[in-house]
Design a protein around this ligand. Structure first.
Ligand SMILES: *Cc1c(COP(=O)(O)O)cnc(C)c1O
Length: 357
C-alpha cells in the first residue's frame, strides 16, 4: 500500500473531498429534502423519466455487485466513471502534479492519454512501440523511467488503438514488477473481449501498481451512455473516489448499464462480439485482396488498421459515398483505421473500395 501512497500527489490526501448529499445519507428516507432537488418530475413526465429529478447514487451498489461477478474482483477494487476517458483523466490528476510529474506513452497509441496530461500540465515521455511488431520496448520504457523519476503513470493500451494488437502479457507484468513503488502501469483494455484473452485484472493482487481500465463503450454497445470501470488496488480506488465528480453516472445511464450487464445483457453482448469477430476476419481477407491496400494489420479488436498509398484520397473518396473512416496516417505511415460494422455496412464498404480501385 505504501508503494501506492508514495506515488499519489500529497495534495490529494491533504484535501477534504466533496461530500454530496447522496454520500452523507446513510439511511433510506421517505421524504428527501436534503439536496435541493425539484420534487416534481421533468417535462413531459411518464415512466421513463421517473427519478430524473433526483441525484443518482455516485457508485451504485447494484452495478458494483454485478461488476464484481463480471470482472472477478471485490467491490473495493472497482470504480465507476463517466466512460474510460474520465478514468484516464482522474488517474492523471491523482498521480501527476502539474509542472513536476509526467506520464509515459507508447506511440502510436490512443491520443487521450496525452490530452489528459496536457490539461493537467504533466509532461509526456514517448517510447515508441517496436516498429513492425508494435510491441512494448520494455527496456527503453524502464530506462526512460530511470532517467525521469517524475514519470508516475505508464499507459499501455492492449489491444492497442490504432494498431489493433494485444501487448505481450509477460512484458506488461515484467514492467509492473520493475516499476513497483516508482510508477503505476495503467493497462487500457477497452477492446479486450474481442481478443478472447484474459484480463490483466487478475494480476493486480501480485502487482499493486497495476491498474486496468475497462468500459462498456466498445464491447457492450453503450458508448452513448458513458460507463468506464477501473479495476485497481483498493488504495487507488479510494483515491479516485476522493476526486471523482459528485455524480459520475446519470440516472438514465445507471438504468441502461444495469440492463446491459444483467446476465441476459452480457449473453446478448457476447453474441454480438462473436458476430463482429467473424466479420473482422471476413473483412480483413477481402481488404487484403484490394489493389489500393498495401497491408492490413492483424486485429485483436473490433477495428482494422490498413496501410494505403494515399490515405487522404481513400478517406475522401469513401466520405463522398457516405462512408466515414479514420485517417490515422499521422500515427502510422499511410494508416487508415476502420471499425467493423454490420455485415451490410461491411459489404457497402468493400463495394465502395472496389470501385475506388
Ligand atoms: C474509445 C477508447 C477509450 C474511451 O472509452 P470511453 O469508455 O467511451 O470513454 C479509451 N481507450 C481507448 C483505447 C479507446 O479506444
Amino acid at each position: 500500500m505504501d508503494d501506492i501512497v508514495s506515488l499519489v500527489r500529497p495534495e490529494i490526501y491533504a484535501m477534504r473531498p466533496y461530500s454530496s448529499a447522496r454520500v452523507e445519507a446513510e439511511q433510506v428516507a421517505r421524504v428527501h429534502l436534503d439536496a435541493n432537488e425539484n420534487p416534481y418530475p421533468p417535462y413531459p413526465g411518464g415512466p421513463e423519466q421517473e427519478g430524473l429529478n433526483r441525484y443518482p447514487e455516485p457508485q451504485p451498489p447494484s452495478l458494483l455487485s454485478r461488476f464484481t461477478e463480471i470482472y472477478g474482483l471485490p467491490v473495493e477494487q472497482l470504480f465507476l466513471s463517466r466512460g474510460a476517458d474520465e478514468s484516464i483523466d482522474l488517474l492523471v490528476r491523482a498521480f501527476c502534479a502539474a509542472g513536476r510529474d509526467g506520464i509515459l506513452i507508447t506511440p502510436p497509441t490512443f491520443v487521450m492519454y496525452e490530452t489528459a496530461a496536457a490539461i493537467q500540465g504533466a509532461s509526456v515521455c514517448r517510447v515508441p512501440l517496436v516498429p513492425g511488431v508494435y510491441q512494448l520496448d520494455t527496456d527503453a520504457m524502464l530506462a526512460a523511467c530511470d532517467a525521469d523519476p517524475g514519470i508516475k503513470l505508464v499507459f499501455v493500451c492492449s489491444p492497442n488503438n490504432p494498431t489493433a494488437n494485444l501487448m505481450d502479457r509477460a512484458s506488461v507484468l515484467w514492467l509492473a514488477e520493475r516499476l513497483r513503488g516508482r510508477a503505476m502501469v495503467v493497462v487500457d483494455e477497452l477492446y479486450l473481449d474481442y481478443s478472447g484473452q484474459p484480463s490483466l485484472a487478475g494480476d493486480i493482487v501480485g502487482h499493486p501498481n497495476l491498474v486496468v481500465v475497462r468500459s462498456l463503450s466498445k464491447e457492450y454497445s453503450l458508448a452513448g451512455e458513458r460507463c468506464g470501470i477501473t479495476l485497481a488496488h483498493p488504495e487507488v480506488v479510494g483515491v479516485l473516489r476522493r476526486i471523482m465528480p459528485p455524480y459520475p453516472l446519470t440516472v438514465t445511464a445507471i438504468r441502461a448499464i444495469g440492463a446491459a450487464i444483467s446476465p441476459a445483457g452480457i449473453a446478448h453482448g457476447r453474441r454480438n462480439i462473436e458476430r463482429i469477430v467473424a466479420e473482422r476476419d471476413r473483412v480483413r481477407n477481402a481488404l487484403a485482396q484490394l489493389p489500393a491496400v498495401i497491408e492490413v494489420f492483424p486485429s485483436d479488436a473490433n477495428f482494422l488498421l490498413l496501410r494505403t498509398e494515399d490515405p487522404q484520397r481513400l478517406c475522401g473518396a469513401l466520405a463522398a459515398q457516405g462512408i466515414r473512416l479514420r485517417d490515422r496516417s499521422s500515427a502510422i505511415d499511410g494508416g487508415v483505421r476502420l471499425s467493423i460494422g454490420t455485415p451490410e455496412e461491411n459489404d457497402e464498404l468493400l463495394q465502395a473500395l472496389k470501385l475506388h480501385g
